[in-house]
Design a protein around this ligand. Structure first.
Ligand SMILES: NC(=O)c1ccc[n+]([C@@H]2O[C@H](COP(=O)([O-])OP(=O)(O)OC[C@H]3O[C@@H](n4cnc5c(N)ncnc54)[C@H](OP(=O)(O)O)[C@@H]3O)[C@@H](O)[C@H]2O)c1
Length: 290
């Protein structure tokens, strides 16, 4: 049994990490009330008091458009915050897991990105997360930089107040019809599966960058279509183009990751995006809910 400190434990990913890791390990669930990662002294005091074997850092400022107008805060949390955690993890000899994003790539490749591909972030959010990745790698030997994509969980993202599933349900409830873009490709990924795969990952010492998304890829429209068909939504759903909506921030039009390192380690336990989504929707909305 290891001592695990989860930063952002009441967030979308943090909630599932806490649940999954509690079954096997001793978990300290830290919310923003317990620790603000941009405050080095607090990070040092709180984590030193816990002496964790593993730190799971999910904290982020990730409202992508807001990061453009509040660049200082994006860097304070996503980059300097990651640096603070990495420095303290190194001092404590702890394994440090930093969750990052598919948005570190520009998507121009047009085929799934492996961990060794060169990043080329297109927004302030993505640049600040990439800086967080580099700080994590630079300051802490025992690190995992885990890149995830299109995540949804039973607790919607706290900072955004929603995830794609809850946004679609709200629109289907409130609007006469819903239009969703069909020319931006991603891999929707349930946070519960990320938590379960992280549990396997920390048993290895193959430190470095790890892609951890569901298998396969789809457009946002196809993502929505499965929500519609699984939950039998009646509101008409239509295809749209990215160009139909006024651009706020540049996002990759093809944002798909290949779990190359997990597969090489023989511990890739992610299901296809469709299986994962249908399972999540049935459990949360059709079988008594959570
Ligand atoms: N959402 C996506 O589709 C997506 C895609 C790719 C990568 N990611 C990455 O995945 C990770 C988890 O995302 P998520 O959706 O689970 O986020 P979330 O639901 O917003 O959870 C983040 C958690 O971190 C806490 N937090 C925020 N700022 C903090 C700070 N300065 N110090 C300490 N704690 C802080 C939040 O607390 P409060 O909410 O109370 O402030 C919350 O508990 C993030 O690193 C994100 O960049 C997300």
């Amino acid at each position: 049994m290891k001592k695990i400190a989860i930063i952002g434990a009441d967030g979308q990913l943090g909630t599932d990490l806490a649940e999954v890791f509690s079954e096997k390990h001793e978990v300290a669930s830290l919310t923003i009330q317990d620790i603000r990662i941009e405050n080095f002294d607090q990070v040092q005091e709180v984590l030193s008091g816990l002496e964790p074997d593993v730190i799971l850092n999910t904290a982020a400022y990730h409202r992508v458009p807001d990061c453009e107008s509040n660049q200082a805060l994006a860097f304070q949390v996503n980059a300097i915050g990651a640096q603070n955690v990495a420095k303290v993890a190194q001092d404590l000899g702890a394994v440090n897991v930093y969750y990052s994003t598919d948005y570190v790539f520009d998507g121009a490749k047009g085929t799934p990105h492996v961990e060794t591909d060169a990043p080329n972030p297109q927004s302030v959010y993505a640049i600040s997360k990439l800086a967080g990745e580099y700080f994590t790698r630079h300051y802490c030997d025992k690190h995992f930089v885990v890149r995830v994509s299109g995540i949804y969980g039973k607790v919607p993202s706290l900072i955004k107040g929603n995830n794609f599933v809850t946004s679609m349900l709200k629109l289907a409830n409130e609007k006469p019809e819903v239009r969703v873009v069909d020319d931006e490709i991603l891999t929707p990924t349930p946070t519960l599966e990320i938590a379960k795969n992280t549990l396997l990952l920390i048993e290895t010492d193959h430190y470095g960058v790890v892609h951890m998304t569901s298998e396969g890829a789809c457009s946002w429209y196809e993502f929505a279509s499965v929500i519609w068909s699984t939950l039998d939504l009646k509101t008409p759903l239509h295809r749209a183009k990215v160009s139909d909506f006024p651009p706020t921030v540049k996002r990759p039009s093809y944002s798909v990751l290949e779990n190359d390192n997990l597969k090489k380690l023989g511990i890739n336990c992610m299901s296809t995006w469709k299986e994962g989504l249908i399972h999540f929707l049935k459990e949360k909305y059709l079988e008594g809910g959570v």
